[in-house]
Design a protein around this ligand. Sequence first.
Ligand code: S5P
Length: 252
Amino acid sequence: MTYQQRSTFTNNPTAKKLFELMDSKQTNLAIAADVTTKAEILKIAQELGSEICVLKTHIDIIVDFDQELTKELRELADKHNFLIFEDRKFADIGNTVQYQYRDGIYHIVEWADITNAHIVPGQGVIEGLKEVGLPKGRGLLLLAEMSSAENLAVGDYTQKAIEWAQKYDDFVIGFIGMKKLIDNPKFIVMTPGVKLAAGTDNLKQQYNTPEKVISGGSDVIIVGRGIYKAEDPQAEAKKYREAGWEAYKKRN
Ligand code: S5P
């Protein structure tokens, strides 16, 4: 099924928008913009915006963060037609994650289309985030699997994530996972740990190629250092975009 066809299976507005823009823009590339200054992240959003479906942020690593930044990122997202995914990995009781999602200095729910959560606290983490995010049409990804060596998100844990995603499918739009996890077209799998050459880093990150990830049934490749550390990030982003899209076309 195409991304466009899959957009009709979900009622979540963010998931719909993502499927539609991936199809119309012909990209399944998300950039992990793991940089530490406003200037750097804005440069990435500006220069790579036309190549990507999703800009993934770790907003709490920006040393000179201010409210202007999220406003500007939002403007760039609308201008270049990509979604913003704040990779917050919420992992607390429902009451606490509500504060973390809505309040503090980041007000994540105000500007991030998508965020994600670990399921280790149980279903309360999903319910807490849903009360804050769903009224604004936001979407949540559950970390069903991880890319790092010896991680514990396997077996029954992964199965629980899949079960709870179905239970809360108005708000949970999919997973962080390494492959296709469920035969239901509404759920999106985004996969980190992607490089044109497979391998590892020195801190137990593990990389697969775009071809391997997409042919395994994942929908979105998340690429960080493979792009932003390259000499010419724009040219590199085009390569990843092409590799991801070719693999998708081959699959369909
Ligand atoms: O299991 C995971 C989940 C995530 S969201 N493994 C990951 O690496 N990530 C994120 O993906 C991680 O926080 C980082 O932002 C990105 C991978 O970056 P790269 O530089 O290794 O491509």
